[in-house]
Design a protein around this ligand. Structure first.
Ligand code: MRU
Length: 361
């Protein structure tokens, strides 16, 4: 769809899945620089650890599954570009790079899931040749990307069953192609339904303070020919009251074992509004977003971001320079406000705990 995060070989081939006939080494991480959207579609290609770290931190690449894919490809890109003489040194280097990338953002569990998976795979290789391990790291990162593409498609297929001709969906932040390796999570059912010929409209919350809704969701839906209307976050209640919304679908950065779901700040308020107005509220996720180590959402770490995002967003002061601010980037929606969780394996309905556990059996 949109190649949000990919591997690019030194011969210039952009790839999303491992192909044994292709030379994947040497290569780079390539990603869309989302900070420049919607004005400009530009790409960053890099093997530099600090640059990859900053890309994730400043949201050049963002959205839980895309962060996981970028971290996996980024780890592989950095490590393959470094000269090391022994397998022992290489494994130490892999740990070092992985630990640094893991410090970039705290909430999306896909980051830690992807890095752990790559590190464990590298450690499991019984070879004395550093190049074998470097190649295996790229392969595993490409497996993660390929799986994410498949999960987006399955989420779209499953979630599209909730939509009927003429429906209007409200979404928050961006859980689309720009947040994953392909069609997205929350937006994937919409793409699928539209592809099936259904007439679907989308209301997209602007998503203060970083405007992922108006900058990214509106951009990618328009580009795909989907009817999208941007509203300010504070308008959601009124729009629901006017009877304009049939269903809310959002993504998530981390779902706890009981179904509590962390997502972009403002999601929790949206879930309460949806409950009040009797509108179904769905969360769309791949299994890589579930954190079975956390029994409930109270333990999900919430990222606190720079105060300037609130009072000097996009370069213009919108508040007194010395005003006190508080800028949590995510909130947690309790499972009792969630009508269903759309996954690649099907739609889970409450109570969630046993059904979530089954995904991992
Ligand atoms: O701060 P961001 O832009 O990374 O936040 C992204 C979200 O909150 C998304 O809704 C979530 O990661 C799901 S993406 C499929």
């Amino acid at each position: 769809m949109i190649d949000t995060v990919r591997w690019i070989t030194d011969s210039g081939k952009v790839i999303s899945k491992y192909n044994k006939d292709l030379n994947i080494l040497p290569g780079k991480l390539r990603l869309i620089d989302q900070v420049c959207l919607p004005k400009k579609l530009t790409y960053i290609e890099t093997t530099d650890l600090e640059e990859i770290f900053q890309c994730i931190k400043r949201l050049s690449v963002r959205g839980a599954p895309a962060i996981g894919c970028a971290a996996a490809l980024g780890l592989a890109a950095v490590v393959q570009s470094h000269q090391v003489n022994s397998v022992k040194d290489l494994l130490t280097e892999i740990e070092r790079v992985s630990n640094r990338l893991a410090e970039s953002r705290p909430t999306a569990v896909n980051l830690f899931w992807a890095l752990n998976r790559c590190v464990n795979q590298a450690k499991s290789i019984k070879s004395c040749d550093v190049n074998d391990i470097k190649e295996e790291l790229i392969k595993e990162a490409l497996n993660i990307v390929e799986e994410d593409i498949a999960m987006c498609a399955a989420i779209g297929e499953n979630g599209s069953e909730l939509l009927k001709d003429g429906d209007t969906v409200l979404t928050h932040c961006n859980a689309g192609a720009l947040a994953t390796a392909d069609f997205g999570t929350a937006l994937s059912p919409i793409y699928k339904a539209v592809e099936n010929g259904l007439n679907i409209k989308v209301y997209s919350d602007e998503t203060r303070p970083l405007l992922q809704g108006s900058r990214l969701t509106a951009w990618e839906l328009q580009r795909a020919g989907v009817d999208v209307t941007t509203i300010c976050d504070s308008m959601a209640g009124q729009v629901m009251k006017e009877g304009k919304i049939d269903i809310v679908i959002v993504g998530s950065d981390r779902v706890a074992a009981n179904g509590d779901a962390a997502n972009k700040i403002g999601t929790y308020s949206l879930a309460i509004l949806a409950k009040y107005h009797n509108i179904p509220f769905y969360v769309a996720i791949p299994y890589s977003t579930i954190d079975m180590e956390l029994s409930d959402g109270s333990m999900i770490p919430i990222e606190l971001r720079d105060r300037k995002e609130i009072i000097k967003g996009f370069g213009k002061w919108t508040g007194p320079e010395d005003v006190k601010t508080y800028n949590p980037a995510f909130d947690v929606t309790p499972n009792e406000l969630i009508t269903g969780i759309i996954t690649e394996q099907g739609i889970l309905t409450p109570p969630f705990t046993e059904k979530i556990k089954k995904i991992f059996d």
